[in-house]
Design a protein around this ligand. Structure first.
Ligand SMILES: C[S@@+](CC[C@H](N)C(=O)[O-])C[C@H]1O[C@@H](n2cnc3c(N)ncnc32)[C@H](O)[C@@H]1O
Length: 489
């Protein structure tokens, strides 16, 4: 095929078609990589002129599908983010059955399922929990190519690269170098085309009503803010009262777009439609929500109360830093390196999150054991303070408790995903665990967020680290990961 002829107008037209039809948006900095993706898709559609291609996209569904495949990483694997599946097994499914009765048919939706590893992992969990006959799993995606692959249920070993791959293996037969999903697991999942950017859900027609659990992971990150808002609001309405929504740890928060409860659990932070909600209160515009606290006052205790763990929750609005004299003095003592004095002063205000942060930082310089004990206590007292979860992650990592450290870092990011240092920390732990693809994503997030700041700005959560230093450090990690991955190929 001839060299591609680009015009700026054609590029803009392609990008706006994508935005209008799928909700996908791209940053100006991504322009070159987006053009490369478009170029590959153009080759597949055998069109060399970008103006012609822009016209083709308007009516040719297959061409659009090819383009989506190129531009959204269909990246997925069995039991991705295993702690979330553990949460489904140990907390969510039992809670649904307790509430709705053991005869209830559990209705689950994997929205943006890509090539199917996610809904099949769900089916495996349901099977293990004895629910194979009492669950319905709908799996949808915008990519027909991905759906065709999902329906086949045949996977290369690459789909088993996650740390919990073993949980999937017993449901797969290894034949001629590929892994085939057992027929009875395949039968539990129904794959359908559904474009999340379109107003086709909730609906009886698309079987997206009265759902007990929705997984919508690793797709919101590709969507523009207004689409995220619409998708969140629609997903909320798809849930039955008390139903659950799980997004990925790297996804933008949906809590500000619909009145979800945010539930902090040992397995991550999940969303929930309040059990007592009526259909009338389900639609809340982003503007209405913007002035409200991120999490309603009554919202975070649900699961903890159910499981008897009793976490005291505080809405963010109450977390404004208490400027008491002792807290200011504790901060100053920490700055001077007088750690014992800082602990002593901060300990006078155990209910003040700022004092808790100071105390943990000071203790970390005296004894990691004491710091982690206090920090564990403080995160359950103030579950919505991202900085405490971040410090918890740092301390857990120091003690080589990597699984717990990942969860703590993910909690920090669920509460505030703009924290580049938390992304960086998560990347470091994941890299150490060999989860290179996830580590790379975290470092990329850290780099992109740090890059968006002034180079000499000190990044949040850090005492001295500047944005330019963090950017360089993240880039170094990315280079190392790429080198390791090239070596593996
Ligand atoms: C990274 S994969 C996520 C797979 C899986 N949920 C996971 O977390 O492993 C993202 C998927 O989102 C799909 N997608 C992108 N835009 C979409 C849209 N507007 N509606 C539905 N699916 C979409 C892509 O086709 C791709 O398969």
């Amino acid at each position: 095929m001839n060299e591609i002829v680009w015009t700026d107008a054609a590029y803009q037209s392609i990008v706006s078609t994508l935005r209008a039809r799928t909700g996908l948006v791209f940053r100006a900095t991504q322009r070159e990589s987006i053009k490369a993706g478009i170029a590959t898709a153009m080759k597949r559609s055998r069109v060399a002129d970008s103006t012609e291609y822009a016209k083709l996209l308007a009516y040719d569904v297959e061409a659009l599908d090819n383009l989506i495949v190129e531009l959204t990483v269909g990246e997925t694997y069995f039991f991705r983010e295993p702690s979330q599946f553990e949460g489904i097994r140990r907390e969510i499914l039992p809670e649904i059955l307790r509430r709705r009765g053991i005869e209830h048919r559990v209705r689950i939706w994997s929205a943006a399922c890509a090539s199917g590893e996610e809904p099949y992992s769900l089916a495996m969990v349901c099977d293990e929990e004895g629910l194979a006959r009492r669950c319905e799993i709908l799996a949808t995606d915008i990519s027909s190519e991905a759906l065709a692959k999902a329906r086949q249920g045949v996977y290369r070993d690459w789909s088993l690269r996650g740390e919990r791959a073993s949980a999937a293996k017993k449901y797969l037969s290894h034949v001629d170098g590929v892994n085939i999903v057992e027929e009875r697991i395949r039968r539990l999942v129904r794959f359908e085309f559904l474009n999340l950017a379109m107003d086709v859900y909730p609906s009886h027609v698309t079987s997206t009503e009265a759902l007990d659990l929705i997984l919508c992971r690793n797709v919101l990150i590709y969507l523009g803010r207004s689409t995220i808002c619409e998708v969140s609001e629609r997903l909320y309405r798809c849930l039955a009262e008390g139903g659950w929504l799980i997004t990925a740890s790297g996804d933008p928060s949906v809590g500000e777009y619909a009145p979800f409860e945010t539930v902090v659990t040992d397995f991550g932070v999940f969303y929930r439609k309040p059990a007592a909600a009526t259909s009338d209160d389900s639609v809340t515009s982003a503007t209405d929500k913007a002035t409200e606290p991120l999490v309603p006052a009554s919202s975070t205790t649900t699961l903890d109360l159910l499981s008897g763990r009793g976490v005291a929750s505080q809405p963010l609005t109450r977390l404004e830093m208490n400027a008491s004299v002792e807290v200011a003095a504790a901060r100053a003592a920490l700055g001077r390196g007088e750690y014992a004095r800082a602990v002593e002063l901060a300990d006078l205000h155990p209910l003040d999150p700022a004092a808790c942060v100071i105390q943990v930082k000071a203790l970390a310089n005296l004894s990691t054991d004491s710091a982690i004990k206090k920090c564990t206590m403080f995160v359950s007292r103030h579950p919505l303070v991202a900085e405490l979860h971040y410090l918890h992650a740092v301390l857990l990592m120091e003690l080589n408790l990597d699984v717990e450290a990942v969860q703590a870092a993910q909690r920090a990011l669920f509460l505030d995903r703009s924290l580049e240092l938390a992304h960086f920390l998560l990347g470091t732990i994941l890299q150490r665990r060999g989860a290179l693809e996830d580590a790379r994503r975290s470092f990329r997030n850290a780099r992109d967020l740090a890059k968006a700041r002034q180079p000499d700005e000190v990044v949040p959560l850090s005492e001295h680290e500047t944005a330019s230093l963090l950017t360089r450090a993240a880039e170094n990690h990315l280079r190392v990961i790429d080198a390791v991955r090239r070596g593996d190929e």
